[in-house]
Design a protein. Structure first.
Length: 406
């Protein structure tokens, strides 16, 4: 396909140099540091097709291993008949080094297209109000081509950010998924397409700031009192624990998310930690996220939660994040697991469950033969740890908590 001629203003796909997404045209995003892949000077940014819009998309994007990934067509690129798909750890837009394996490959598969474009049957409209009416899982047949990667699991773990064992290292839960048409030369850099980020078992999912059922009424701001472990971290010192953050030039919102994950990691690494305060030294309503100065304080046994307000009290109001693991021992914490036979039979498909209240808007054209509502709960190995079992249950746990307010 012929590339449009360059003009003044934002860059086209595969042109540079860009510093952020604002330097790229509609439908493209900036891959910071990936310019060399397209013949630009090393370290430069290049505009690439936007995730989920111009290239095939995959779900779920927040996963617990092992997980089945489903790929669908998006934008102008049809699914190749056969594709090589690889996953690399870390924030690697543009997938530098994936073609020659100089980058670490933690998962890969050869996927073959299934199904084809078919006419939608009568009585199944593509758009319904508020997700009511006919749904795609009830289609008599699927109408879209797709890939299915069964039981995707990573090998090699996550990236450690620093080699010095005396410095707390940030473990990056972000991975990137890329695809190469098997009919192309997959040894060529430009044959690999970046499909976007996959977030694998972030530590923040093992914490909650939802105090429904813990205190009287809802809580929108709270801090911990007592149980001080004298372990404190500040967001403006994050680069000490994650030096690559400077090169990635992430926005402030993304950096705030990284810092919250880092706080959760430090609490999980400290056996005495039961939760952490998370607040902004600049105030409860910081004018502009560029002025954000987040701090977290780790707390252990003996802490109590002090509610500060129950109504909205600022975008950066303090919050307390407590470990959910200790509460799993309470019979009424997750009502759907009250029965001794809850682990037998089947459970809600996490791929289906993680798509929100209206999942079929994402999995358009796929019926229950591809995305079943429930899947068999396989017998776990005898050496499975309680921590691993909790990780596997986490998608169901999160949904139960959100739906039942516990």
């Amino acid at each position: 396909m012929q590339r449009p001629q360059r003009q003044n203003g934002p860059s086209w796909a595969y042109d540079g140099h860009c510093r952020n997404n604002h330097d790229c045209r509609f439908g493209t995003i900036c891959a910071v540091g990936a310019g060399a892949k397209y013949g630009l000077f090393p370290g430069s940014g290049v505009c690439i097709p936007a995730y989920d819009k111009m290239l095939p998309a995959f779900w779920p994007q927040l996963v617990y291993q092992p997980t089945t990934l489903v790929f669908l067509e998006r934008g102008g690129m049809p699914l190749p008949t056969t594709a090589e798909v690889r996953v690399v750890p870390g924030n690697n837009p543009g997938f530098l080094g994936v073609w020659d394996r100089s980058a670490t490959i933690v998962a890969e598969a050869t996927l073959h297209v299934q199904n084809e474009h078919r006419m939608r049957p009568a009585g199944f409209p593509t758009v319904t109000d508020d997700c009511h009416g006919p749904q795609d899982l009830d289609l008599p047949y699927s109408t879209q081509p797709y890939y299915e990667w069964h039981g995707m699991s990573l090998e090699g773990g996550t990236l450690q950010s620093v080699a010095d064992s005396s410095v707390p290292a940030y473990e990056e839960p972000i991975h990137h998924v890329c695809l190469c048409d098997a009919a192309d030369d997959c040894g060529a850099p430009t044959s690999w397409h970046d499909l976007g980020q996959l977030e694998v078992e972030p530590y923040t999912t093992f914490f909650s700031d939802n105090f429904e059922g813990v205190t009287d009424g809802g809580v929108s701001a709270a801090i911990g009192v007592g149980g001080d472990l004298f372990e404190t971290y500040r967001m403006d010192e994050l680069e000490t624990y994650y030096p690559e953050l400077t090169k990635q030039r992430r926005g402030v919102y993304a950096t705030v998310k990284v810092f919250r994950e880092f706080c959760a990691q430090r609490c999980m690494a400290n056996p005495a930690c039961l939760g952490f305060d998370y607040w902004d030294d600049g105030g409860w309503s910081v004018a502009g996220t560029e002025h954000s100065h987040k701090t977290c304080y780790l707390r252990g046994e003996g802490f109590v939660v002090q509610a500060l307000c129950t109504d909205y009290c600022g975008d950066t109001a303090p919050s307390f994040h407590f470990k959910t693991a200790p509460r799993l021992e309470q019979w009424n914490w997750f009502p759907s697991f009250n029965h001794t036979d809850a682990g037998l039979g089947s459970k809600k498909n996490p791929t289906y469950a993680k798509t929100g209240d209206c999942p079929l808007l994402m999995f358009g054209g796929l019926n229950a033969s591809v995305i079943p509502r429930r899947v068999a709960f396989e017998k776990l190995p005898s050496d499975t740890t309680l921590g691993r079992l909790r990780a596997l249950m986490q998608p169901d746990i999160a949904e139960n908590r959100a739906g039942e307010g516990n």
